[in-house]
Design a protein around this ligand. Structure first.
Ligand code: GAR
Length: 212
């Protein structure tokens, strides 16, 4: 039997998507993937607390810790290589990944965005800003997009989308809660599907990791 795909999960905040994905994988008899590392740009996000409680290694990686993009990239690549990471899952990670990491792991980095891309994406469109913009635009629906990550914000190929209605009395908070509940259902499904695809395609070199 093949070893499960080794995931590095990146989160900047509370990490509720992290918990949903980890919870789902943990409930499976034969999970296709395992979260082995939780990375954050913040020193003490809620996600780290959950990771420590569940025996998952935590690591801080922020562009602020480095003087150049090259150093940020080298640190990112070393972090993935030493832990044999196969796939990266961004779950509320509010910084750009190093370009060197994006280039090394093309097709193996997932992100979740709380709107129906290509609408309401791009620089500055994250968290509550997204829901405020959706309401300000008078949209009748919003939703969730899971996509592959490229060097830009929110522009990589879409893998899955799901929709929720925008209700007449919605506030950014009520809309965010409806979208987040949908994220928790969709993201674990997509992560599992992508991990199974990687295993089935036998893309793992013998004894090695994909992201190198
Ligand atoms: C989620 O709604 C996610 O879609 C969003 O941040 C939240 C993180 O929540 N991501 C972005 O806005 C990225 N552009 P979580 O920490 O509870 O998973």
């Amino acid at each position: 039997m093949m070893e499960p795909i080794r995931i590095a999960l990146f989160a900047s905040g509370q990490g509720s998507n992290f918990m949903a994905i980890h919870g789902r994988l943990s409930s499976m008899d034969d999970p296709p993937a395992r979260i082995v590392l939780c990375v954050s740009n913040n020193p003490a996000p809620g996600a780290f607390e959950y990771a420590r409680d569940h025996g998952i290694e935590t690591l801080r990686l922020s562009p602020k810790m480095f003087e150049t993009e090259e150093e940020y990239g080298r640190a990112g690549l070393a972090m993935l290589a030493t832990r044999g990471i196969d796939m990266i899952v961004l779950a509320g990670f509010m910084r750009k990944l190093p370009e060197a990491v994006v280039d090394a792991c093309t097709g193996r980095i997932l992100n979740i965005h709380p709107a129906l891309l290509p609408k309401f994406g791009g620089r500055g469109m994250y968290g509550h800003h997204v829901h405020e913009a959706v309401l300000a635009a008078g949209e009748g629906e919003s939703g969730v997009t899971v996509h592959l990550v490229d060097r830009e914000y929110d522009t990589g190929p879409t893998i899955a989308q799901a929709r929720v209605p925008v209700l007449p009395d919605d506030t950014p908070e009520t809309l965010a809660a409806r979208v987040l509940a949908l994220e928790h259902r969709l993201y674990p499904d997509v992560v599992i599907e992508q991990a199974r695809k990687l295993l089935a395609e036998r893309m793992l070199p013998p004894g090695g990791a994909i992201c190198q």
